[in-house]
Design a protein around this ligand. Structure first.
Ligand code: NAD
Length: 518
């Protein structure tokens, strides 16, 4: 890929300006003191806290050197927390919700600096935290168990739900705050305590969220240890993976990470909730409303610079409309403003780091070697800043679903395949290892229903792109995506254990299945 000669001249903020922005956020949210204790000059000892906007390291953040102590604190807080009535636990999450609303803009600004999301998407991510907190507050009065008809007279059969203990939460860089909130808000109302290990790429947003959680706990008189934080890399995450006090490990990230942590938690009979990579497809049928489809496709494929687990990576278009659809996407892509994500009007921010850029270049080269026709994908703004990686989203017309198409490359590459028959299209949708999100664009009810039956993904949409889920539904995917479900619907059940209770109030002792004994 060569630098695009048509890239607009622009100015990127300096590292000093970004540093000032970060410090201002900590000041606004009232966490300047706790942040100051952990932030040091770039180049010091600890985690480098950088920004993809310029590729600079802004601070060094002190790593957690005693993970065992944080896990112990959370384990010790558990008996107190589980004995707190669920609606009272909800008050803590309610207070966190208020704080998030108050500091929505500040937190979103931090998300933009740390991961390069455009302002609107960063605000959306914070809104997701607010939404899930609201959901969890309602849930705190709705942790329902079932009553089941007993086969024995004078007996009652029922299910009760109980907190698990410490929930370990490992999160990925690309949703640095929302995924923590999905897990934490629900786990806290369920009576669990939480220890969070955010991505090593996002310690700043983690510090800010943690400060707000501690403040919320303080404000409602809850033990602050119910929401612990571990800062560090994989080695620190590994302590959550292997610690028997961690009853549930909820881990979000790559399939590679899931392969490492899943078996280790299983080996100690811990519970694991995996939210791993996706390779999401959308089918466009001849009955699609193409105006709507193209708008949805462009957001799903190019939004967040292709760095969502639900990013649209494969487009499976009916051959009769393929030419038109590709042309319309390419022309929409040419109008996307690429650059500083904090500038109004920017729609595509930077890739997270150089490795992500190298992965994109490698994938496009492989696709071309497989016979693909690559449109776009050029690097932008390299003249302004060598260490930041801005790219034009790419569309690649592929002759077949080759190995590179079946691989999740975490960058804005949309592979286009064509089909003749809907069964063939659904088979292509399913013919990858991952099973997160999928979509069909059609106005034909029969096609929509066939797709809902046929897609093997955890998310199956009709006339909506693959990304941008609401928190009310359970979120997650199948196959190599890991099978976990988070956020809404009955995902809370993963954070609790179910006890089946049989109560005999008959004065007799009839045995189940009519068994006679003595
Ligand atoms: P990553 O796998 O590199 O890291 C994710 C987290 O796992 C980080 O906190 C990291 O420190 C930790 N980690 C990695 N290996 C570990 C180990 N062996 N033991 C303990 N912790 C370990 O992922 P990333 O680059 O941060 O994020 C991008 C990936 O995450 C993509 O594949 C994307 O699809 C996926 N993702 C999935 C979802 C989902 O809900 N399904 C959401 C967001 C991102």
């Amino acid at each position: 890929m060569t630098e695009n000669p048509n890239a607009p001249a622009a100015r990127l903020p300096t590292a000093d300006e970004l540093r000032t922005r970060v410090l201002r956020v900590f000041d606004v949210i009232g966490a300047a003191g706790s942040a100051a204790a952990r932030l040091g000059e770039p180049g010091g000892q600890g985690l480098p806290a950088g920004t993809p906007i310029t590729g600079d390291v802004l601070f060094t953040v002190a790593q957690t050197d005693d993970a065992d102590c944080v896990i112990s604190d959370a384990a010790q807080a558990f008996p107190v927390w589980r004995a707190t009535p669920a609606p009272v636990r909800g008050a803590l999450v309610g207070r966190l919700c208020e704080l998030l609303r108050t500091y929505r803009n500040a937190l979103a600004g931090l998300v933009t600096v740390e991961v390069g999301k455009i302002t609107s998407e960063a605000l959306g991510e914070v809104q997701e935290m607010i939404d899930v907190c609201q959901f969890a507050v309602g849930l705190s009065r709705q942790l329902y168990g079932r009553t089941i008809a007993s086969e024995r007279p004078g007996h009652r059969l029922l299910e009760t739900w109980h907190p698990l203990g410490v929930v370990g939460v490992i999160t990925a860089f690309n949703f640095p705050v929302a995924v923590w909130a999905w897990n934490t808000a629900v786990a806290l109302v369920c009576g669990d305590t939480v220890v969070w290990k955010p991505s090593e790429l996002t310690p700043l947003t983690a510090l800010a969220c943690h400060a707000l959680a501690v403040r919320a706990a303080h404000d409602v008189g809850a033990p602050p240890q119910v929401a612990g934080l571990l800062l560090g890399g994989r080695d620190v995450g590994a302590q959550l993976v292997d610690d028997p006090r961690v009853a549930l490990l909820s881990a979000t990230g790559s399939v590679r990470m899931g392969r490492q942590v899943g078996p280790r938690v299983a080996a100690r009979f811990g519970r694991v909730l995996l939210e791993l990579g996706g390779n999401n497809a959308a089918i466009v049928t001849p009955a699609a409303d193409l105006d709507l489809a193209v708008r949805a496709i462009v957001f799903a494929a190019a939004g967040t610079c292709g760095q969502r687990c639900t990013t649209l990576r494969r487009l499976i278009v009916h051959h009769s409309v393929a030419e038109e659809v590709v042309q319309r996407i390419v022309s929409a892509y040419r109008q996307l403003r690429i650059g500083d994500p904090s500038q109004q009007g920017t729609l595509v921010g930077p890739l997270i780091h150089e490795r992500a850029y190298r992965d994109m270049v490698g994938a496009l080269q492989q696709a071309a070697a497989d016979g693909g026709e690559v449109i776009g994908g050029e690097r932008h703004l390299a003249g302004l800043c060598e260490s930041a990686y801005y790219v034009a989203p790419a569309v690649v017309r592929m002759p077949a679903q080759t190995a590179i198409v079946a691989t999740e490359t975490f960058a804005p590459i949309l592979y286009v395949l064509t089909y003749h028959d809907l069964d063939e299209a659904i088979a292509l949708n399913n013919a990858v290892p991952q099973g997160l999100s999928s979509a069909i664009f059609t106005t034909d009810l029969r096609e929509a229903e066939r797709f809902i039956d046929g897609s093997d993904c955890g998310i199956v949409n009709v006339n909506i792109g693959t990304s941008g889920a609401e928190i009310g539904g359970a979120f997650g995917g199948e196959k190599h995506t890991g099978g976990g479900r988070e956020a809404g619907s009955d995902a809370w059940k993963t954070y609790m254990r179910r006890a089946t209770n049989t109560i005999n109030y008959s004065g007799e002792m009839p045995l189940a299945q009519g068994v006679q004994f003595g």
